[in-house]
Design a protein around this ligand. Structure first.
Ligand code: BGC
Length: 763
């Protein structure tokens, strides 16, 4: 009688689960009836068990917790777990839930599948630089296919936090600084993971971290956030909302405060905004230990924090054991009601129902798939092609790049010969020994056509402690030799080469969670190496590995060719070789501003004008203007920037009319021509500025873009059809309005090189 009561119920009621696109209302009558019947059999303890999400021990993503998960599952004290790896293991745990717990309710099995499972795609910041929504959706599809083959049915992705602060290590996990682009990407990821949730290769998405986590003060992880409602609605909320509109099944709360109240217990944020205004009908899970941290914020001990979180609309408690440990007492004391608890239980059961787990609790447990569907040649080819689209060519003086496959190439630098640092942060499921090193990638690309020499040249940091901190999780690679010895070897190698490729930058774990940096320049020891390489007088190409925009001001002045390669996933080495040696033309464009110096941070293209803007036609310091005595206002490389191996010409920017009716549209068109001699992709960008509004509006905002392919000499018209919806913003009363008056529309290859036209929105 113990066996899967849930399944028996379904069969008895003659149901087949139609796992439709996740609805926002949960109004499916069959589902409601089924869940009501199941809940009618649950004890209070079993209900609280469903709200509990303890970690597994396989992959560590937070403070260690000894969870003895199997026994707890059997006792019905667990609604799901996460970061357990391996199809067999997961199947066994699901079996315990289904066959050995009293009600046989299947588990949610989550994982941080953030940019791939075993086949790792580039870090999300890099992915965003492709501006390729189809490729991004496919990356999520591959990730879901692999993760589900290994038993995972829920991913803690997409991470959609807007950030304007590259000191914050978690910018690597997001899509940069722009709410419009971030929203498109959020939607693409949700589609890729969830699709229609039919079949056993679609998994639940989890939008995170709700909300505003990317605005942590001073770029220090987990730090305070405080901002106006206007800024929230206009600048930070859009990607979360877009993911919800796309049907994301779950949302994760953030660690930070919102208006002084921790997000997890913030009723306004969860109940009013997310559920009320955005009509989110899915399940809300906390971040790792967030309820416990409410006490540390000074806003209530575990019992009070748990009650407040439940009341606020949070359903599932990740790792705090606050719901399972204290809600019974709070219920007895009248601090929470049975309705509060039931509401949360229902949402969790609905997520399981929509996944189809009550129809078939082993839906994700065909263990044979792990061997056939993971790290396949097709997936790896997709990851390689996608990675090549994410690299951003920052400088290419004298067209040094692409390199010819001939002569002698010296590959030098601390990131040239490390496999484990290729995939990037949050490649928690990947086997870090498996990726090729860049050196192997180059060897394979060059074959017998050219000679490849290698030297490490330097460690990442001169100081071993800093290096150890950013090469955790098996990514260590310190060379015991002295700096002088390493440098000497590198110069010997350089002396024998025709061209030098310097593989430098950060280690993989220098970005990601808990990896804030105050200084974003190349570490001294690498800088010394770079200077020495440049002093040889040979052509030098710098490949900058980074999980964030770094400060490249010195390099941009002194190194003739620079390409930002981020962390490109398990196939990064081949993808980098593809671009360096010209089999693929670079096409990535920055989605987060690269600052000139750390002192400019926060820096972002869509800023307000101030009452005293600097006259940018004059670079000199201007008294009584908004500028620095010692630093330009302009970034080193702006949002949207990136070069190609060809040149694109923008011409004939035009509008089909100059008055937009309140229910009409205007079409802006620009002609883009490939002036070079090779086929290439270009990312064409359109921006809008509201010239006069009831509140100050940004100097420009991205509103449309298109990634196009052009043959040599080919021209194409690219259009943006503007409707009043594109002009809307949240006004002082937080009403979403388009205000009549004058607007600018801009088109160009990045956020600075723009042609401008004006039009009027009629009354
Ligand atoms: C991170 C989340 C992650 C969770 C589970 C937390 O520390 O902030 O992004 O999903 O751990 O691993």
């Amino acid at each position: 009688m113990k066996k899967t009561i849930a399944i028996i119920c379904m069969a008895a009621m003659g149901m087949s689960v139609s796992a439709a696109v996740i609805p926002n209302g949960g109004d499916d009558a069959k589902m409601d009836a089924f869940i009501s019947s199941l809940m009618g059999r649950m004890t209070l303890e079993e209900k609280l068990g469903q709200l509990n999400l303890p970690p597994s021990d396989d992959i560590v993503t937070g403070n260690a917790i000894d969870s003895n998960i199997g026994a707890a599952v059997k006792r019905g004290e667990v609604g799901g777990t996460f970061n357990i790896k391996g199809a067999e293991k997961i199947r066994e745990l699901q079996r315990v839930a289904v066959e050995e717990s009293r009600l046989g309710i299947p588990l949610l099995l989550g994982m941080d599948v953030i940019h791939g499972y075993e086949t790792v795609f580039p870090i999300p910041l890099a992915l965003s630089c492709s501006w390729d929504m189809d490729a991004i959706e496919r990356s999520a599809r591959v990730a879901a296919t692999e993760a589900s083959a290994a038993g995972v049915n829920w991913t803690f992705s997409p991470m959609v936090d807007i950030s304007r602060d590259p000191r914050w290590g978690r910018v690597s996990e997001g899509s940069g600084e722009d709410p419009y682009l971030g929203s498109q990407i959020a939607r693409a990821m949700v589609r890729g993971y969830q699709g229609d949730l039919k079949g056993n290769d679609k998994i639940l998405a989890c939008v995170k971290h709700f909300a505003l986590y990317g605005a942590s003060e001073a770029g220090r992880d987990y730090n305070t956030v405080d901002m106006s409602r206007g800024r929230m609605y206009n600048e930070y909320f859009a990607p979360y909302k877009a993911a919800v509109d796309e049907g994301a099944a779950t949302v994760m709360t953030s660690f930070n405060l919102v208006d002084g109240i921790p997000a997890t217990a913030n009723r306004w944020l969860i109940d009013d905004v997310l559920r009320g205004q955005w009509n989110f009908g899915g399940m809300v899970v906390t971040d790792y230990g967030s309820i416990g941290e409410i006490a540390v914020h000074g806003v209530g001990a575990l019992k009070e924090a748990s009650a407040a979180s439940l009341k606020a609309g949070t359903d599932m408690d990740m790792c705090s054991f606050g719901f399972i440990g204290t809600l019974k007492q709070s219920l007895a004391e009248g601090k929470v009601t049975m309705e509060d608890i039931d509401r949360a239980v229902r949402r969790i059961l609905e997520a399981k129902y929509r996944l189809g787990l009550f129809d078939n609790p082993y839906k994700y447990n065909d263990v044979s798939l792990e061997k056939t569907h993971v790290y396949t040649p097709e997936h790896r080819a997709e990851a390689r092609a996608t990675a090549a689209k994410t690299f951003v060519l920052l400088k290419n003086e004298g067209n040094i790049l692409p390199l010819a496959k001939k002569g002698t190439v010296a590959l030098i630098g601390p990131l040239a010969n490390t496999a484990s640092n290729m995939p990037g942060t949050w490649s928690v499921a990947a086997d870090l020994t498996r990726p090729k090193t860049l050196r192997q990638g180059f060897e394979d690309a060059l074959g017998t056509k050219a000679q490849l020499l290698y030297a490490k040249g330097s460690n990442l940091y001169a100081d071993p402690e800093t290096e150890a901190a950013c090469t955790v999780f098996g990514r260590g690679m310190r060379d015991p030799r002295s700096e002088e010895e390493l440098l000497r070897e590198a110069l010997d190698v350089a002396a024998r080469a025709d061209v030098i490729v310097a593989a430098m930058g950060e280690a993989s774990e220098s970005s990601g969670e808990s990896s804030s940096r105050a200084s974003l320049t190349l570490p001294d020891t690498q800088r010394r190496l770079l200077e020495a390489l440049l002093a040889t007088g040979k052509p030098v190409v710098m490949l900058n590995f980074s999980g964030r925009p770094t400060v490249m001001t010195w390099e941009s002045r002194n190194v003739p060719a620079i390409m930002n390669v981020w962390f490109g996933g398990s196939e990064a080495a081949d993808a980098i070789a593809d671009v360096v040696f010209g089999d693929v033309c670079p096409s990535g464009k920055l989605t987060q501003t690269m600052p000139y110096s750390e002192g400019q941070i926060p820096i972002y293209y869509n800023h307000l004008n101030t009452g005293r803007p600097k006259d940018e036609s004059n670079p000199a310091y201007q008294k009584y203007r908004s500028n620095y005595l010692d630093n330009p206002n302009k970034p080193l490389y702006p949002f949207g920037y990136g070069l190609s191996y060809t040149d694109f010409d923008y011409s004939g920017f035009r509008l089909d009319k100059d008055v937009l009716d309140s229910n009409g549209s205007i079409t802006a068109t620009v002609t883009v021509t490939n002036k070079g001699d090779r086929a290439a992709d270009e990312i064409v960008q359109f921006y809008i500025r509201d010239m006069v509004a009831s509140v100050s509006r940004p100097v420009k905002e991205l509103k449309h873009f298109e990634r196009i392919s052009l043959q040599p000499g080919q021209s194409r018209d690219v259009s943006f059809t503007i409707t009043p919806d594109d002009l809307k913003f949240y006004d002082y009363e937080l009403k979403y309005v388009a205000e009549p008056g004058e607007f600018q529309v801009m088109a160009g290859p990045d956020s600075e090189r723009l042609s401008i036209l004006t039009f009027t929105l009629a009354q």
